[in-house]
Design a protein around this ligand. Sequence first.
Ligand code: PEP
Ligand code: MN
Length: 263
Amino acid sequence: KSNRKMHPQDTVININGVEIGGKRLTIMAGPCSVEGEEQIVGIAKYVKEQGARILRGGAWKPRTSPYAFQGLKADGLKLLNKAKTQTQMPIISEITNPAHIEMFMDMVDIFQVGARNMQNFEILKELGKTNKPVLIKRGFANTYEELLMSAEYVMSGGNEEVILCERGIRTSENYTRNTLDISAIPALKKLSHLPVIVDPSHAAGLHWMVEPLSMAAIAAGADGLILEVHNDPKNALCDGAQSLTYKSFKRTMEKLRLIANAV
Ligand code: PEP
Ligand code: MN
């Protein structure tokens, strides 16, 4: 059912008037992790002012090291909702455990399935029983077909609102954190009718490369972007090196407006 042949027209997902897919670009922005009330509310207000329409923020963080910051967990979701009350922005946050789905149902507007969980079929099957959109990130060693099969796990449960996300893959290059696979955009758009969102932040791992990769992704046909933005990247608890500052986010949005429809 993710197959374009069975469903020629593009899927457009609508979250209280905010569309994903369709004619306008959708920019999701926010910190890697929710760190505190002032931080998340401040970032939400700023990115909204600059044209972002969905707020991202991790509460459960799948970190490579168990000693790294693991997220504020349920408190993080509460703080995201404070930001939502003040900005009316829909929330996207990563789900790492099927047992959390019930709690997330009241707290988020889009479930994010992280690259590391792209083939966590138990999470995918449970999300298929919900009625909220699911953004699935491509695993860093997974093929397009495997990503589409993961989408199928959600859709076959009855939830058709799936968003595909390219966030970079592992290659022999290690200058960047990952390698943004630009080919994924036209390929996924050809194979599937689902919206395709690109995450240049995790692809690059370098804040200064986020803007050019954003431009490339939009030029290649992406329906939107998910960008990490932080009020103080140097002191961020997670992914500071790839986070845009307020100033660089503003400039990236201005550049995107030159090539894309009404960001
Ligand atoms: C994130 O969005 O902060 C994240 C952990 O992304 P990924 O799953 O793509 O690594
Ligand atoms: Mn991150």
